[in-house]
Design a protein around this ligand. Structure first.
Ligand code: ZN
Length: 204
């Protein structure tokens, strides 16, 4: 199951071993490209140059695998996601460091390299929004929602916390806002309609 690098993908896998996510950029049209290719899929130029990506992005869509086979059989449940990198490419990956039930479309993530089934693979884990983004409280709220320690009472809105004494259980709707209420980026909010298209085959 271990990936076998070839001449086209060796810089990518060398980057993973060095702890970096390396992508290609077309020197003719400027587009970032993933997965590794000899020809730019946008303008068909052969001037592809490798660079090191920031390793940050947003969850475009995801699914939780509750049944898995082969080398992955003992790893379920795990979250398989499409992540839109800040460089403008989309990659299939796995979300780690977050309970599958806490993953959300639009969630800010950053790369982490994880050993999975004999290979080191680029995965993503929840990340705080960068302060310089100026995104404000709404994005901060999304980031805190994704933190494992946020799964408890801090999610309960004030009106639920002040419920009458006989109501000892927090109603499900008070345990946290639904995913769509946390304000994912506009492009991510429309994700489900397109998320069913099969992703291109990728080395990761
Ligand atoms: Zn190009």
């Amino acid at each position: 199951m271990k990936p076998v690098p070839d001449a086209d993908t060796k810089p990518y896998w060398d980057g993973i071993e060095a702890g970096e996510l390396r992508l290609q950029r077309c020197e003719a049209c400027g587009a970032a490209v993933f997965y590794p290719r000899v020809i730019c899929p946008h303008c068909f130029s052969g001037a592809m140059r490798w660079f090191t990506a920031a390793g940050t992005g947003y969850v475009y869509s995801y699914t939780v695998a509750h049944r898995a086979f082969g080398d992955f059989a003992d790893q379920a449940p795990f979250t398989v996601a499409l992540v839109d990198l800040d460089e403008g490419v989309r990659m299939m990956t796995r979300i780690v460091g977050a309970d599958p039930g806490r993953v959300q479309i639009g969630m800010r993530v950053q790369m982490t390299i994880e050993p999975i089934a004999d290979a080191n693979l680029p995965c993503f884990r929840p990340a705080p929004f960068p302060a310089e983004s100026g995104a404000g409280a709404e994005r901060d709220a999304v980031a805190s929602e994704t933190a494992p320690e946020a799964a408890g009472a801090s999610d309960i809105p004030p009106e639920a916390a002040e419920a009458p004494a006989e109501t000892t259980e927090v109603p499900p709707e008070a345990a946290g806002p639904p995913p769509e209420a946390t304000g994912p980026p506009p492009e991510a909010a429309e994700a489900p309609a397109e998320a069913t298209e099969p992703p291109a085959s990728e080395p990761a």
